[in-house]
Write a protein that binds this ligand. Structure first.
Ligand code: ATP
Length: 136
């Protein structure tokens, strides 16, 4: 069995990552999944969160929002609505988006507006966490 697994992360706008990994962590709908080479095939919906993978000692973090992951024994393909590598995240923008989302949640007049704002909050918090992890 190969000791690395191919990882491709694609959004409607671009290919964010095409790399080989020793292990990959992805935010599945029902919690985080750890993937090693040779993993059993599966398809899962993605939550808002962080994808992290290690490759020969290097560790890469990517924020991701919604989409699907297809896991095969030798390849993981992520189709996401948005995804940003840690170094590409504009932290000030994410912090402004978080403050805006919190305000919208407080002022929401119906469930739909509240849900929309809470989704924006989750995206902003994932970006902040990934960007700050990179700064440590
Ligand atoms: P904002 O209100 O700041 O636009 P948002 O959550 O509404 O945030 P999205 O609709 O999820 O933004 O994303 C729109 C595009 O902007 C996507 O291409 C996404 O990758 C990019 N993007 C969003 N926020 C950031 C950020 N803080 N840093 C870098 N790229 C970002």
């Amino acid at each position: 069995m190969a000791d690395t697994i191919e990882l491709e992360i694609v959004t409607p706008e671009r290919v964010v990552i095409r790399d080989r990994a020793d292990r990959i962590q992805i935010p599945g709908r029902n919690g985080y999944l750890g993937i090693l080479p040779g993993h059993a095939p599966l398809i899962t919906e993605l939550a808002v969160g962080e994808i992290a993978y290690s490759s020969g000692g290097a560790y890469t973090r990517i924020s991701v929002a919604w989409g699907f992951a297809e896991v095969l024994s030798d390849k993981v393909t992520i189709l996401a609505e948005t995804a940003e590598r840690a170094e590409d995240i504009d932290l000030a923008r994410a912090e402004a988006a978080r403050a805006r989302a919190q305000e919208h949640m407080m002022k929401a007049e119906n469930a739909e507006a509240f849900e929309e704002a809470s989704e924006a909050l989750a995206r902003a918090e994932a970006r902040i966490e990934v960007a700050k992890g990179q700064l440590q």
